[in-house]
Design a protein around this ligand. Structure first.
Ligand code: SIN
Ligand code: FE
Length: 291
């Protein structure tokens, strides 16, 4: 079962010792959640009015492209939008600084993707089963193929009322892959090019992306698996931050409101032990290359 491993880092730009760097690298690559119980992301004066579910309009998240500064998913007015973007941009920068200090091995390979603000209470949110993140799953997104690159995410709970964000954590990636792989259909030849031409995907959906999406869907659709698989519950308290390879760690977000999240992609060559990458595990189990 997945562990949550803590480190006592308390500021976003704190230098990290070689021992902390080594500990963090191994914990993440072996599928633990790395928790910083004292690492709080401070909401500044004036920003507390952003802590309202209405800022996300009809959706559940607001997202920002930190390189261009453009946002999606909020219908707030121009003044509020500016404030929101600046808060999210500050989180994007803080996360990047944290990883720079904590994971220097990844520095040259990390690609900063979107930043998200999650102001809607998770419990009771209505979504299709495929988008229902209260079901255990590994992350894989239909429109964003990674072609084997890792998905590394930094979360922070900024709930102003002290409410935790509660996750379930399930079995190892290899456990889930062994369970479902034998019954997953192979990709249909030519489909990935059609999806790309039609603009359904932002880049080519490789065989790896095909199997990851299938795995994501099968885990979520399996209503017997959800309560029965070995799992633990973890409350990420308000004022804490955690990092996870979410393509590897089985997770389900059960309750909580007001979090920020930053996604990074990492080519597996930068890993200390790329044999733990989902790509390599799937290749090993299927006995074929998948890029
Ligand atoms: C998820 O990635 O499944 C959602 C995590 C969260 O919003 O806490
Ligand atoms: Fe997820």
């Amino acid at each position: 079962m997945t562990d949550v491993i803590s480190l006592s880092i308390a500021s976003w730009d704190q230098p990290c010792s070689a021992a902390e760097q080594e500990y963090a690298l191994r914990a993440l690559e072996w599928g633990s959640v790395l928790l910083f119980p004292q690492l709080r992301f401070s909401i500044q004066d004036g920003e507390s009015r952003l802590l309202s579910p209405t800022i996300a309009g009809e959706g559940k998240n607001v997202s920002l492209d930190p390189s261009s500064g453009t946002s999606r998913g909020s219908d707030a007015d121009e003044a509020e939008l500016r404030l929101l973007r600046s808060m999210m941009q500050r989180f994007a920068t803080s996360s990047k600084t944290l990883l720079h200090n904590l994971l220097p091995r990844y520095e040259a390979g990390l690609q900063q993707a979107r930043t998200s603000f999650r102001p809607v209470e998770i419990a009771g949110r209505s979504t299709s089963w495929r988008k229902d993140d209260t079901r255990l799953h590994v992350d894989s997104f239909p429109s964003s193929p990674t072609q084997g690159k890792r998905i590394l995410r930094v979360f922070t709970n900024v709930n102003p009322h002290g409410q935790s964000r509660t996750w379930r954590l399930g079995e190892s990636f290899e456990g889930a892959a062994r369970r479902y792989l034998p019954s997953l259909p192979s990709p249909i030849w030519g489909t990935s090019h059609v999806l790309n031409l039609l603009g359904v995907t932002k880049s080519r959906r490789s065989p790896y992306d095909h199997f990851m999406l299938q795995l994501h869907d099968r885990m979520k659709a399996d209503l017997a698996y959800q309560p029965e698989v070995a799992q633990s519950v973890h409350d990420f308290h308000s004022g804490s931050t955690w990092i996870v390879f979410s393509d590897q760690v089985s997770h389900a977000a059960m309750t909580g409101q007001y979090a920020l999240e930053q996604t990074f992609h990492l080519p597996i060559d930068y890993m200390l032990d790329s044999s733990q990458a989902p790509l390599r595990i799937l290749e090993r189990l299927l006995g074929r290359e998948m890029t």
